[in-house]
Design a binder for this molecule. Structure first.
Ligand code: PLP
Length: 360
């Protein structure tokens, strides 16, 4: 029997995508970004599958500790770093590498004893204006850290691109110029590229690359899909048809009765809703697959169910498998129909959705 709302994970696609990324940036080391529960795919499972990654990046300390407690031994960068001494000590205790992005963090590092030893990543803000030292803070912070006995050298330097998914955007060139001029007199390892950078921007592929979304087989570029980049989608989100019914022209479907049958319509009810992470704002016309045929979402998405117009699939029966996104139906396309991005759909799959690993 097909279960309700489950996510099938093509685990071979994870290692395949890692190899594709290496081919895009053959000289770079790969820091695999597995924050937010590995973009909804399962933090520990993905870390174990990415045994060939040179390092990992997570957003928060707790994610790094979870990796260490699961026995992950690679280098782990913590992108948000620490806000106080206690958090810094946890980084040290667990062998995690905080990203240092503000002068108060530099001060905290200057206070730790030389008996300790910590690797850090220094982050320069080249125009994203989220985390990172501003250009005038950078050189003094770098020299102060160079003098801290507890910090391992060389200190690698990173930045984050704000617009790399927009091809030929002047902002990325400006960020690269800013980065290169700040680093002109510094000999160290660098890290610039996210997925969009390493797929599309020549100047970003040296040192360390930091792919996230590409590892999961999804394109960072609007209007493109993972397979367009030579990647294989990892997650296929599925459920099953639990009821069908024949409605007349004029019958309204779902909460608010917003969608009204234009003619007699065979309707299918699927056991998936926003309680599973299916986007509540998916519009009428959002595709799903039954028996390999595209059918359309109609009516509002509810917590546990959605309704489909089965006109394109007259043989659909109760118990049939329904693909919501993944193999044969790019998550990028569903995101567009729901006015969101594939990142948010993947991260938004809720804990009640069973994850099923497939290895063939
Ligand atoms: C999330 C993140 C990445 C990965 O971004 P993708 O677009 O998923 O490849 C890289 N670097 C930093 C600093 C991030 O926050």
């Amino acid at each position: 029997m097909i279960p309700s709302a489950y996510a099938e994970l093509d685990m071979a696609a994870v290692t395949y995508n890692l190899a594709r990324i290496r081919a895009y940036a053959p000289k770079a080391k790969i820091m695999a970004v597995i924050k937010a529960n590995a973009y909804g795919h399962g933090l520990i499972r993905i870390a174990k599958t990415l045994a060939d990654a040179d390092a990992f990046a997570v957003a928060r300390l707790g994610e790094g500790i979870a990796l260490r407690e699961a026995g992950i031994t690679q280098r782990i960068a913590v992108l948000q770093g620490f806000v106080d001494r206690e958090e810094l000590e946890f980084h040290i205790r667990y062998g995690l590498e905080p990203v240092v992005h503000s002068p108060p963090q530099v001060e905290l590092l200057e206070q730790i004893s030389s008996a300790e030893s910590v690797s850090v990543w220094l982050k320069l803000d080249t125009g994203m204006h989220r985390l990172g030292l501003l250009a005038d803070e950078f050189a003094p912070s770098y020299s102060r850290l160079q003098r801290c006995p507890a910090i391992r050298r060389p200190i690698p330097v990173m930045t984050h691109l704000a617009n790399a998914d927009v091809l030929q955007d002047a902002i990325t060139e400006k960020q690269l110029d800013c980065f290169n001029s700040a680093l002109r007199n510094i000999q160290t390892e660098c890290s610039i590229a996210n997925s969009a950078g390493l797929l599309a921007w020549d100047g970003t592929r040296s040192g360390w690359v930091r792919p996230g979304i590409a590892l999961y087989g999804v394109s960072p570029f609007p209007g493109r899909t993972g397979p367009d980049e030579g990647l294989r989608p990892v997650m296929t989100f599925r459920s099953r048809l639990i009821a069908t019914k024949n409605l007349k022209a004029g019958d309204a479907v779902g909460y608010g009765g917003e969608w009204i049958c234009p003619c007699s319509t065979r309707l299918g009810i699927v056991s998936v809703g926003y309680g599973d992470g299916y986007p509540r704002h998916a519009r009428a016309g959002t595709p799903a697959l039954i028996q390999g045929r595209r059918v359309s979402l109609v009516g509002r998405v509810s917590m546990d169910m959605i309704s489909l117009d089965l006109t394109n699939c007259p043989d659909a029966r109760v118990g049939d498998e329904v693909t919501l996104w993944g193999k044969g139906l790019p998550v990028e396309e569903i995101a567009q129909h729901a006015s969101t991005i594939p990142y948010a759909l993947l991260c938004g799959v809720t804990p009640r959705v069973k994850m099923v690993e497939r290895w063939e």
